[in-house]
Design a protein around this ligand. Structure first.
Ligand SMILES: NC(=O)c1ccc[n+]([C@@H]2O[C@H](COP(=O)([O-])OP(=O)(O)OC[C@H]3O[C@@H](n4cnc5c(N)ncnc54)[C@H](OP(=O)(O)O)[C@@H]3O)[C@@H](O)[C@H]2O)c1
Length: 298
């Protein structure tokens, strides 16, 4: 059976460990968090593994998962190199989207194999099931032989492996964080605006969720660029003015939020060539935020 040791068994590593447990193909070895109490808690939640008090107490394993926060990966790699000095070579990998393999270089220098393996979804460790994880993209960086070994591990829980080389990690992670987390932030904002407009809370939540689900279907069917509709791409400038006026009155702190978000649609409309010269100029002015909107009630 494959054996995995875990350093940093929180939401992400805990979710993956739980999935591997469900396959019955993987043995969870040692688990090391910042405190022994936290390691024990993680082991108890998993119903597997052994809480470890010191990095030197780990037994050998096929894979070592570094699931600490992003900021702790580099220092953990250094500590692991020291703790595993003279031990047989293993595969060490982290789960962070922001970093590639460079951050594990000290381990590679000691003869270990290293990889960066980023599951592209949120992982909360709350009773995740194999069915939930099925189809999750796994963006993986490392040498081919190392990735082949890891691919088997991730495919066993339903992941779809995508090897990459030398991607711009800042831009890569910015894109994924924006699409996932900003969608949640914007959803929360939209619900507030609906409630501010007088729509009851439960209906507001329902409306936004239904619309989001239709939006996701649209994007899957035709792509963002082709499926977008609304007043900005139509050049309905008076409707955009009405939005801004309502926000200035009821939620003045959100006017800039609206403008920034609306500008992404404006750019898309420009790229599609949707707007005539007059609408383009008016929208550019309205969304620039240089002045408070003075608009007629047309
Ligand atoms: N959660 C997600 O949705 C998700 C998705 C994809 C990738 N990731 C990546 O997965 C990694 C972990 O994220 P997370 O959300 O799982 O964080 P998390 O829930 O905060 O878990 C981090 C774990 O690491 C432990 N830890 C922190 N510093 C440590 C150290 N120096 N030595 C040993 N253990 C340490 C913490 O232990 P204590 O409990 O003792 O504090 C905690 O158990 C990050 O690199 C993140 O970018 C997360």
């Amino acid at each position: 059976m494959i054996c995995i040791n875990i350093i940093g068994c929180g939401r992400a590593a805990g979710s993956l460990a739980s999935l591997w447990r469900q396959t019955g193909l993987v043995n969870i070895g040692g688990v090391f968090n910042r405190s022994l109490a936290s390691s024990r808690k993680a082991v108890e939640a998993l119903g597997a593994g052994t809480a470890i008090a010191d990095l030197r107490q780990f037994e050998a394993a096929d894979f070592w998962l570094i699931g600490t926060s992003d900021e702790q990966i580099a220092v953990t790699a250094l500590k692991l190199r020291e703790a595993r000095e003279g031990c047989r070579s293993s595969i060490f990998f982290h789960l962070c989207g922001r970093y590639g393999t460079d951050i594990l270089a000290p381990l590679a220098a000691s003869g270990h194999r290293i990889a960066a393996v980023h599951p592209v979804r949120s992982l909360t460790h709350e009773q995740i099931l194999l069915a939930d994880f099925k189809g999750t993209a796994i963006i993986a960086e490392g040498q081919d032989s190392t990735l082949n070994a890891l691919e088997t591990l991730f495919v066993s829980i339903g992941g779809v492996f995508f090897p990459v080389k030398n991607i711009d990690r800042g831009l890569y992670h910015a894109a994924l964080s924006i699409v996932s987390n900003v969608t949640k932030g914007v959803t929360w904002k939209a619900q507030n605006w609906l409630e501010g407009a007088g729509v009851p809370q439960e209906i507001a939540a329902d409306l936004v969720q239904t619309l989001l689900s239709i939006t996701v279907d649209d994007i899957a069917r035709s792509g963002a660029k082709h499926s977008i509709t609304g007043p900005i791409v139509r050049g309905d400038t008076s409707t955009v003015e009405a939005h801004l006026r309502a926000l200035e009155e009821g939620h003045p702190a959100d006017v800039d939020v609206y403008r920034v978000l609306a500008r992404t649609i404006f750019e898309l409309a420009l790229e599609r060539g949707d707007l005539d010269e007059a609408s383009l100029k008016r929208l550019d002015f309205l969304l620039s935020g240089h002045e408070t909107v003075q608009c007629s009630n047309t």
